[in-house]
Design a protein around this ligand. Sequence first.
Ligand code: C5P
Length: 234
Amino acid sequence: MKPPVLLITAGPSREPIDDVRYLSNGASGRMGLAVAQVAAEKGWQVHLALGPVDAQIPAGVIHHPFETARDLDALTAQLWPQVDAFVATAAVCDYRPQERIPGKKKKAPGDWNLQLVRNPDILENRSKDKEDENGPRILVGFALESQAGEEEARRKAVKKNLDLVLCNSPGNLGVATGDYIWIEPGQPSIDLPAISKDLLAVKLMEFIGTQVTLRRGHRASMGNDESVSQQAQS
Ligand code: C5P
């Protein structure tokens, strides 16, 4: 029996300035690790693309370390054909230094204006190819907003073609418990105040399991493998 395949991105990206300096952020990868743990326990095949953080990889999870947004874009594109569901928890840097300076840049009189360029949006890129022969993949995103949170999260859900977006605030970075808003496009929002990332991961996998069962049911109705849908429900 072929288990359903889940791809998770987690942790920060790290964008080199020179050989010793970089741009990054304080993401811990905790949310993605919690989802990976629950999915692996359910018997899913789990690919965890994890940025540079210290973490214990849950048993049975396939670990893909990454550093830059561009590495992550290439890695997720390569895994994409086998993926049933994608949970993007990574805090990807939206900008990177235009060039990586070889060695260590020396101090010089005056200021230093670092030129930044846009990074690829991994979730948006993959969402352009949401559908495969089994129907649409299930896409879940996180929107970290400091203001006008819910409205902005709904806008991102549409732009990135998401089935679910979890809206949260910068205070949730790196901690075990946070306030979230659960938003399925076209449905009323659900507030999840002070929920642990472990419990949120369980709720997420219940949602994704149901959605993937529907997707695999579509495949079965087309005369393909039905055994996978039974696995997604368990
Ligand atoms: O940064 P933003 O609020 O747009 O992030 C929303 C979602 O998109 C998150 O799930 C994040 O992991 C994902 N994302 C991404 N690549 C980026 C920026 C964000 O995959 N460059």
